[in-house]
Ligand binder design. Structure first.
Ligand code: ZN
Ligand code: ZN
Length: 209
């Protein structure tokens, strides 16, 4: 995460917050380097970090393992918030709501309102009734789709997500595609035609809404 992020961003204070959907390594092991680098770049603005119950100790543990003793020397405040399923709260100054998905670790999807736009990020997990309702009507939905048609426990799949959401959201971006499913995913997407609002983003894609 940090290397890609800093390829696009050189302003230490622009990032408002980090949502840690759950504790799996592919979603949070990049955090220590992100914080270290922001400190090196001279960040002064407090950084909001939010996620499910236990996110506070998780952030502390990650920093202690990666850069022992560094947490107190970051040079900026890290404000960690714990959220629960169905919460409505203010995250990094933005109205936010959560919904749990079905995943191996407790995972919260989040919806935030930014300048009149509605954004949804699933984190990991098979969608639930609540998480699909939360995504409904958003301008951009970033959802994990590990497979095309399903069958992997605790993960989303492109076809049911497209059937449920594609016509109800502005854009549906499918991410976290399993290595063994990428060719099949691209083939399926090609079959949706040039006017589809579904994308399977490449690294580094930026989206203007
Ligand atoms: Zn996970
Ligand atoms: Zn993951």
């Amino acid at each position: 995460m940090p290397h890609r992020f800093f390829a696009l961003e050189d302003d230490a204070d622009r990032l408002a917050g980090v949502w840690l959907s759950h504790g799996h390594g592919d979603h949070c092991f990049g955090l220590p380097l992100l914080l270290l680098r922001l400190g090196e770049m001279g960040r002064r603005r407090p950084l909001a970090i939010a996620g499910p119950q236990g996110v506070g100790p998780r952030v502390k543990d990650l920093l202690d393992v990666a850069y022992p003793g560094f947490a107190s020397r970051l040079g900026f405040e890290v404000a960690v918030q714990e959220a629960a399923d169905g919460d409505s709260f203010v995250f990094a100054g933005l109205p936010a709501r959560t919904a749990a998905t079905e995943h191996g670790l407790a995972n919260l999807a989040v919806r935030v309102s930014v300048a009149g736009r509605e954004l949804f990020y699933s984190g990991d997990g098979r969608p639930t009734r609540q998480s699909l309702l939360l995504a409904d009507g958003c301008d951009l939905v970033v959802h994990e789709a590990f497979t095309v048609r399903g069958g992997v426990e605790g993960h989303g799949a492109a076809v049911p997500l497209a059937q449920r959401l594609a016509s109800r959201v502005g854009r549906l971006a499918l991410v976290h595609v399993g290595r063994g499913f990428r060719a099949q995913m691209n083939e399926w997407l090609a079959g949706m035609g040039p006017k589809t609002t579904i994308t399977v983003p490449e690294d580094g894609l930026t989206v203007a809404l």
